[in-house]
Design a protein around this ligand. Structure first.
Ligand code: AMP
Ligand code: GLY
Length: 645
């Protein structure tokens, strides 16, 4: 058993989550002595309600973060092996630099690297210099002046004003939400009384993507959504964060796996840029705050540490031993630990705040926890709260977070609410956080056709009347004068002619593929498409191309249009087929031979002609297509590749 003397800096709920993760010792191969320096004694870190494994020795010291000498002396005296810095202030004050100076390894970046958080202007300039373009327009100002006013005017009420330095998430005001006139805005710029940034206001849902960094490799954590606004429906002033949730698939409903990859790539680029700019190695957590906008993933802000409350969710889900991760970050061996594992469950965390928060949070109100079971107490994470004579007293800022983890987000949310309902006191929390409406994923369909496409209207009609989660997102024809093109236009489907002139089958397939990918198409439907698709294309879209054929396949496979109906009638007159119909099937290389998804039938009558059979069968085709699409949406192969929730 190796003994580790760990120094944890910070006194909030995030640090309690860190203390829990550090002392968990999942491999049971370490003895951990935990030393904690902070602004007050956190009852959770002090293990007053058995939130930590009891075999650990814990000592807490109150030392101001700017007393670097005192912290260094304490660390030397306790023979600290590793320090972990939770909050941003000690990073800004250079505590990481001070501890590295006395050869104590630190999780948390040096002061120069931490500027990515401590100066919003630095962060924007860095992204600009290193051509990381996922950012809004912005300008930095040392104080309010005519240029700042001109920039506000130029952005035409579409702006956000941010104090350049650390403001605990409260130095940002958004036009339309917190600022309602140019006069308000100028006044806020003047109130900041220091440098500030004005930037273009972006819109879209926000998410956090945090990555662990050893200076060489980033290990990305599940995406989290933080709700920074005080009031329900994300209204009211900004706060330090009122609550967070994650989903079991480690994505959020509004994000695709491409979006996640995009955010991960941005974190990687920013880490590289930061290291290049400062010449230092980033060993700690890089926290990207993103927005999914109509023009892609954009950066709202960067933090140089774990988020609070994000850390509570993420460390709660973490399965890999956290101390092993910290040691790998110090030894630059994170790549060897990958993949770092997180439980595939959902998590919800909500903060309880005192009356008057965030402007003037009331100090002194008590939270009565006596109705909670010992199991429920384990879900509590204390922040701006002290314990005195067995009473838990709120100190004005976010007081306590409640976490729950469950395979289903609805259950996790309900458990958090149940625990909160048993807590007595004068506090406020947001009930809406984690109440996720199961949004239906809309599947994007492309139609390929060369002829009339007579069934298009009835297909579009069925989608509408049955309120199916399907969008006809693209129509492509290979014939400039095909009537299906006009049909597509009149149904408001983006429709175009893609010429095959002079192209090989393969080259045409590539062009087609590009068009489909541009539109993020999920499924392809062939309606009278007369061109043979190349095998590469068919592989790329395996199990995702549906063809509709006007016969009960395998009968009359290979025949087309009226030929099929003539053959069916002939067979009927010879005493054979009594019925005909249509088949929706998957497309494979062999013509009309792919797996049958569904068939619709109708009788053949003596009075039928090939033309009358054609129109009877066409009347069945739209509903066959709808059924086939539904079958594919439900099938597991499509679910996996399309990342359904
Ligand atoms: P920050 O402290 O930079 O994360 O900003 C706090 C909050 O202000 C964010 O979570 C957003 O809701 C909002 N915000 C910041 N920057 C922008 C922006 N450029 N466009 C729209 N909203 C923003
Ligand atoms: N949850 C937001 C932050 O930690 O900055």
């Amino acid at each position: 058993m190796k003994i580790f003397n760990l120094l944890l800096i910070g006194s909030g709920a995030r640090e309690q989550a860190l203390a829990k993760a550090l002392t968990k010792n999942t491999k049971n191969n370490k003895i951990i002595n935990l030393y904690n320096i902070g602004s007050h004694v956190n009852p959770g870190i002090a293990n007053r309600i058995n939130t930590l494994p009891i075999q650990n020795a814990i000592e807490i010291q109150i030392i101001p973060y700017d007393d670097l000498e005192k912290i260094k002396n304490f660390a030397q005296e306790k023979k600290i092996d590793l320090a972990i810095i939770g909050p941003e202030q000690p990073l800004e004050l250079g505590l990481a630099d001070a501890l590295w100076e006395i050869n104590i390894p630190v999780i948390g970046p040096r002061k120069s690297l931490a500027q990515i958080e401590t100066s919003k202007g630095f962060a924007r300039d860095l992204m600009k210099k290193y051509e990381i373009n996922a950012r809004p327009l912005y300008q930095r100002f040392a104080c309010f002046n005519q240029e700042a006013e001109d920039f506000l005017m130029a952005l035409n009420q579409n702006y956000v004003i941010k104090a350049d330095g650390l403001m605990s998430g409260k130095g940002v005001k958004v036009f339309g939400d917190h600022l309602h006139s140019l006069k308000d805005s100028i006044q806020f710029c003047q109130e900041i009384d220091g440098p500030f940034v004005i930037e273009e206001k972006l819109s879209g849902p926000e998410f956090s993507l945090l990555s662990l960094s050893d200076g060489l490799t980033l290990a990305h954590m599940p995406a989290v959504q933080d709700h920074k606004r005080l009031l329900e429906n994300d209204e009211g002033p900004n706060t330090g964060g009122m609550g967070t949730y994650t989903l079991a698939n480690h994505r959020l409903n509004f994000l695709s796996s491409n979006d996640i990859q995009e955010a991960q790539k941005i974190n990687e680029a920013v880490m590289q840029a930061l290291q290049q700019e400062t010449g230092e190695s980033y060993q700690g957590i890089l926290y990207g705050g993103f927005m999914k906008t109509a023009s892609g993933i954009k950066v709202i802000e960067y933090n140089a540490r774990f988020g609070d409350p994000e850390a509570i969710n993420l460390l709660g889900l973490l399965k890999t031993d956290f101390l092993d991760i910290c040691l790998a970050m110090i030894n630059k061996t994170l790549a060897l630990l990958n993949p770092i594992e997180f439980s595939q469950e959902a998590s919800v965390c909500k903060y309880l705040v005192p009356e008057g928060y965030p402007e003037m949070g009331k100090k002194g109100d008590v939270l009565d926890l006596s109705f909670l079971s010992s199991k429920e107490l384990e879900n509590l994470y204390f922040s701006s709260l002290i314990e005195k004579s067995n009473q838990f007293i709120m100190q004005g800022s976010r007081a306590m977070a409640v976490l729950s983890i469950h395979p289903e987000i609805a259950q996790a949310e309900a458990q958090v609410e149940k625990i909160i309902s048993k807590i007595q006191g004068n506090f406020y929390h947001r009930r809406d956080i984690g109440k996720i409406k199961k949004i239906r994923k809309i599947r994007k369909i492309a139609i390929l056709g060369s002829t009339r496409g007579s069934i298009l209207e009835s297909f579009a009609d069925l989608i509408k009347t049955q309120n199916l989660p399907i969008e006809l997102s693209l129509l492509i024809t290979d014939q400039a004068d095909a009537p299906i093109l006009e049909r597509g236009h009149s149904l408001n489907i983006p429709s175009e002619f893609l010429s095959a002139k002079g192209l090989s089958r393969e080259a045409y397939g590539e062009n087609l593929n590009l068009k489909l990918q541009e539109k993020n198409i999920d499924l392809i439907i062939l309606i009278g498409f007369m061109r043979i698709l190349p095998s590469v294309f068919i592989k790329q879209w395996e199990n995702k191309i549906i063809n509709i054929h006007p016969s009960l396949l395998p009968k009359y496979a290979g025949l087309m249009d009226l030929e099929v109906h003539k053959a069916a009638l002939l067979n009927f007159t010879q005493g054979g087929d009594q019925e005909t119909g249509c088949t929706a099937h998957l497309v494979i290389e062999e013509v009309d031979a792919g797996k049958i998804l569904t068939q619709k039938r109708c009788p053949i009558l003596k009075t039928d002609t090939p033309e009358s059979l054609k129109s009877k069968v066409q009347a069945l085709e739209a509903s066959a297509l709808v059924e086939a699409v539904e079958i594919l949406i439900k099938s597991t192969s499509l679910k996996n590749t399309m990342g359904a929730i």
